[in-house]
Design a protein around this ligand. Structure first.
Ligand code: SAM
Length: 347
């Protein structure tokens, strides 16, 4: 699992350069040789891909080979070497091809100022609100998107949205009418659009907290006058007990723990379980260390994540709660690109 020294506590806007500038190891004085080694390993990979684009070869295959080679390079590199690889890749002329892909472009340019915003997720969720980006992009951009949006990590992200909707419906089944739900780092709360219990009127309130005011506006616009209660708030605000929210039958956080180092992850989990009613359930998700698009994501999408294993998830759970008070399980989605932890407070 990669760790960073920056504590993404809810106020910091997350960018790749912030993550790289915050690595635990101090910068060494071997800068030239580090960049020389990085370029000797990276440039043959990028040159081959760039030539293939210029020769008009099939884009899907080009990006698939590129991503596979970046994954291998990432796994075989020290952190310092990989940081150099990322910097060099982001200045390479192959970007003129890759940036035609709306997914890569959004991720790298960060219209909301930070990585992994809900707009980015909408692109790979294939949400209709992002159809215009696909209509407006070049044929090459569309072909690259057909690859990048179908990698196992994106498929797992779409499955995660369905899992959240199912988890909400199951909580409602368990609770009966009037269930109370709390989504932390809710983004655009797209799971609300596919869960059955919301339109069935079986939810009493669904608090949806996010630090991004644009996302809060999107949620408010999508669910006017409903039980969905968008809340502009942060992890830091939760840790400081700034919000008086009561208790819930289900609390969940998706797309958040991937940015939290263990210390904050544990503190947040300890805080979140306080929101659970007896018998209530908590779920949190994390991209797993089995993903293979990590190299492409960190270089051309400038989207670094803290990837976790099953053991990493257990470590967070066991450091956070008294296991006599909670049932816990850790499990993977279908393609093992996302790992989930579920806790149930004994009734
Ligand atoms: C990858 S999106 C996930 C959105 C949604 N939960 C989903 O799974 O589709 C991450 C969200 O976390 C929010 N976020 C990141 N750090 C946060 C923090 N410290 N406090 C509150 N929200 C945060 C971002 O604003 C963004 O909407």
């Amino acid at each position: 699992m990669s760790e960073t020294a920056v504590d993404f506590d809810g106020q910091s806007l997350i960018t790749g350069s912030l993550v790289r500038s915050s690595r635990l190891s101090p910068p060494s004085d071997d800068e030239p040789s580090r960049f020389e080694i990085a370029s000797s390993q990276l440039f043959p990979i990028l040159s081959a891909a760039e030539r293939a684009f210029m020769d008009g070869l099939e884009p899907n295959g080009i990006v698939e080979r590129l991503a596979a080679r970046l994954h291998t390079l990432r796994r075989s590199s020290s952190q310092a070497l990989w940081d150099a690889v990322v910097e060099l890749a982001q200045r390479h002329s192959i970007r003129r091809f890759l940036m035609q892909d709306p997914l890569t472009h959004w991720s790298a340019t960060k219209p909301r100022g930070y990585s992994g915003d809900a707009g980015l997720l909408d692109i790979y969720y294939k949400h209709p609100s992002m159809d215009h980006l696909l209509a407006d992009c070049t044929p090459l951009g569309r072909a690259i998107y057909d690859y990048t949006s179908e990698v196992p990590a994106c498929e797992a992200g779409r499955e995660r949205c369905r899992i959240l909707a199912r988890t909400v419906d199951e909580a409602v089944e368990r609770t009966g009418e009037g269930a109370q739900i709390f989504a932390v780092a809710a983004g655009h709360l797209r799971e609300a659009e596919i869960c059955g219990s919301l339109p069935a009127g079986r939810i009493a309130r669904w608090v949806a907290l996010d630090q991004d005011s644009v996302s809060v506006e999107v949620m408010a616009g999508a669910h006017p006058g409903s039980v969905v209660q968008p809340l502009n708030g942060s992890v830091l605000g939760l840790l400081r007990r700034s919000y008086d929210l009561g208790t819930f039958d289900l609390v969940y956080a998706s797309g958040l723990y991937d940015y939290l180092q263990d210390k904050t992850a544990v503190k947040l989990l300890q805080r979140l379980v306080e929101f659970l009613k007896p018998g209530g359930t908590l779920l949190f998700a994390n991209f797993s260390d089995e993903i293979v698009s990590d190299g492409y994501m960190e270089t051309f999408m400038d989207w670094p994540l803290i990837l976790r294993s099953e053991a990493d998830m257990w470590r967070i759970v066991n450091a956070s709660v008294d296991r006599n008070l909670f049932e816990a399980s850790v499990w993977y989605g279908a393609n093992r690109n996302i790992v989930y932890a579920t806790l149930r407070r004994h009734g």
